[in-house]
Ligand binder design. Sequence first.
Ligand code: HXC
Length: 258
Amino acid sequence: MAYETIIVEVEDSVCTIKLNRPEALNALNSHLLGELCDALQAADQNDKVRCIVLTGSAKAFAAGADIKEMSEKSFVDMFLSDFFGEPHRDFMAIRKPIIAAVAGYALGGGCELAMMCDFIIAADNAKFGQPEINLGVIPGMGGTQRLTRFVGKSKAMDMNLTGRFMDAEEAERSGLVSRVVPAKTLLEEAQAIAAKIAEKSMLTTIAIKESVNRSYETTMTEGLLYERRVFHSLFNTEDQKEGMAAFQEKRQAQFRDR
Ligand code: HXC
């Protein structure tokens, strides 16, 4: 499928989606988000794909929602179209793991898009921020909600109220990103991590994604019960038998998603 604002490559079992609006530092407009969701849904349905990497350019993962597209809109336009509500829902419905590989700017909607992924690998030149306050608005895709869960209230308030940028080192220290790697090797490293995940059973991969995400939606007691029940259910799979047999036979497990 030919896209205009993203580049999609499937190599072995990893699908890499690169945001590609260099003239606008990958600002997220409706067209790009529509293409991104189409590509994610295609990857989710493609049996060959087992993990997804979402990346941008060396200068910008994404510099936010497209200010030029939004600037003339009224409240009624935004409210009735539920602006970016649909791509947000579509993105969050993807079942396979999505790794954000972030270099350069991840600002506003760009930072929010990275946080919608399952985890973030940052290049050492990455800069995260929620500068919407400088535009007279607030974040609309998770910058006050996910960021607060990830880095805590104090830093989330600081980032949102001042609009300052957080560098990769601070982002790692604060729990926003899982690893920082040299900018030059970012994509390579993210794809290697994705390939590692792709070796696991898809049953457990999806179960882990759903269980970790559940921890944001429910109480500890309910979340622990959900986790335990999913854990129990995996004993009805061939992959559990294979994984545990392989350990005892001191060999690599061969998972078949059964
Ligand atoms: C539209 C953008 C853009 C954006 C950059 N560009 N960010 N266009 N929307 N968010 C365009 C610029 O207009 C310019 O195009 C080109 O990209 C290069 O940008 P420069 O500003 O010339 O580059 P530089 O000086 O290096 O500065 C980089 C930057 C700056 C610090 C990232 O571009 C910046 O502050 N951008 C806006 C960041 C921001 O406020 N994001 C939040 C958006 S609101 P031209 O054609 O002029 O050369 C948001 C709400 C989300 O995200 C809500 C979701 C529901």
